[in-house]
Ligand binder design. Sequence first.
Ligand SMILES: [Zn+2]
Ligand SMILES: [Zn+2]
Length: 142
Amino acid sequence: MNRQEILNKFKEKGLRVTPQRLTLFMKLAEMKGHIKAEDLYNALKEEIPSISISTVYRTLKEFESKGFIYSLPSSTDYGLTVFDTNLEPHHHFICLRCEKIYDVPEEYVEIKVKNIQGSIQYETVIMKGLCESCKNKKKKVS
Ligand SMILES: [Zn+2]
Ligand SMILES: [Zn+2]
């Protein structure tokens, strides 16, 4: 996504363009995938020395409210939020041991949603357990 495309996206959603928001969004687009506020903060520290982790987090929540990304709970770092930049419909498998988040194709899971009064922006099923490589490691030990 180039600068102009990002500017248009912001404008379309009524988000005021600030240099900081722009830099954050560009970095996010460059990193892709599942990102923690901490990861983004670390990636930006050099570029914007004055930035704080709470600003990064606040901006990510802003981006989520505009539908640019969405948040997932992380597996073991309670209270830490992971932001997903991939807006294509898909589900998630989170490994409780290595904390890796795997994307699960939409067609692997069937969901039936009932009785939701509001409008749904995203739907994702979160499964937790041991991923294949952690499962295999466990076997070797015992
Ligand atoms: Zn694992
Ligand atoms: Zn994902």
